[in-house]
Design a binder for this molecule. Sequence first.
Ligand SMILES: [Zn+2]
Length: 76
Amino acid sequence: MSIRYSCRCCGMQIAEFTDSQVTEAQLGLDSLTAEERALIISKEQNGDTVVSIMCDYCREALMTHPELSIVGNPLQ
Ligand SMILES: [Zn+2]
């Protein structure tokens, strides 16, 4: 099983950890509210955890072009 970070805008994989490397607590995932977890965390059928955040590129694009912000970032 692994925990994967992928960009929810472009789908790019940002980082990947195996369960033995990190825990959800180390990633700060346990401090999210249930609503935030439901928004950004999803489980795949094979048990992998996928965390949908924004990659640096999309974050930068959003700052340059705020009008592109159709969905709010729950982490900000
Ligand atoms: Zn992206």
